[in-house]
Ligand binder design. Structure first.
Ligand code: NAD
Length: 280
């Protein structure tokens, strides 16, 4: 029997509708309209696409958004000066710097400069630390979106074996933390893992965040597992995930499609964090 599809597009749409309603209520109570500033450096086509999708989504729910486009050759000081300005701007409740930045810029310093209260991406070490100790924080958007998907199917991670493939700061490490906080037994796999397939076969929850098109095959998956495909890869003019959908679909209990799974949830969580920041 094929797996049940976890329809991230539909779930994200429900979240967006709820946020639009929430913003109307906030405005009726005399609160300010939530505002997001998006900073884009250079002209990486994928980054430009992500920024335009985020802005469109803001508009749809009623979040004020402004885009700051800087040339690829901008200096670190110029970029930090813009962040300082946005940190002090009362119209702006969330600041997002689209990554990756050009190689001459110090990404870590830029992220650290964003005020933790406006860090709606959840990448500032203050928020990362709070997340790790289970304290209130802006959760990074993709991992937060994955947890929402798991909750939507009423799947309790407690006591389950979770395997995360990938250890990036934006997906792999934080999703492992969030699963751990929900009492899963978590293994993080990466490019140096000895027997990746054997690890994956034990997973009740398998999260693939690798960036390798269709790497995870059906015979890597435990029957009935929840498979979350974070990957966004281009292959033969199509967008594919890190999971080979057709073979895994035959074995898994639940699966997220690409596109239409994790991707829309990432944006929905960014919008959620911005509304929470404004409502504080
Ligand atoms: P990354 O390149 O920073 O990290 C990839 C990780 O995979 C690394 O930790 C590496 O050790 C591991 N890895 C690489 N090859 C491996 C192998 N053969 N076996 C085991 N592990 C291996 O990537 P990232 O930023 O975490 O993104 C991962 C994927 O998720 C990409 O396709 C990216 O486009 C996508 N992504 C999607 C969303 C979304 O909203 N859907 C958000 C962020 C990233």
């Amino acid at each position: 029997m094929p797996a049940q599809i976890i329809d991230g597009k539909r779930i994200a749409q429900q979240i967006r509708s709820g946020l639009a309603q929430k913003i109307l209520e906030m405005l009726a109570q005399g609160k300010t309209r939530p505002g997001l500033a998006v900073v884009l450096v250079g002209d990486n086509p994928a980054s430009k696409l992500y920024v335009s999708m985020k802005q469109k989504a803001c508009k749809e729910v009623g979040i004020y958004s402004e885009e700051h486009r800087l040339p690829a050759e901008v200096t670190q000081d110029q970029l930090l000066a813009l962040i300082d300005e946005l940190n002090g701007d009362p119209k702006i409740h969330g600041i997002l710097v689209q990554l990756p930045l050009p190689a001459h810029l110090d990404e870590e310093e830029v992220i650290m400069r964003i005020h933790p209260d406006k860090d709606v991406d959840g990448f500032n070490p203050v928020n990362v630390g709070k997340m790790c100790i289970g304290s209130r924080a802006y959760l990074p958007c993709t991992p937060a979106g994955i947890m929402k998907l798991i909750d939507t199917i009423n799947y309790d991670p407690a006591g389950k074996k979770a395997v995360v493939i990938g250890r990036s700061n934006i997906v792999g490490k934080p999703i492992a933390q969030l699963l751990l906080q929900r009492d899963a037994t978590v293994t993080i796999c990466h490019s140096k893992t000895k027997d990746l397939v054997a690890e994956c076969r034990q997973a009740d929850i398998l999260v693939a965040a690798v960036g390798q098109p269709e790497m995870v095959k059906g015979d890597w998956v435990k029957p009935g597992a929840v498979v979350i495909d974070v990957g966004i890869n281009r292959r033969d003019g199509k967008t594919v995930g890190d999971v080979e959908f057709d073979s895994v679909n035959e074995v898994a209990g639940w699966i997220t499609p690409v596109p239409g799974g994790v991707g829309p949830m990432t944006i929905a969580m960014l919008l959620t964090n911005t509304v929470v920041a404004a409502d504080k």
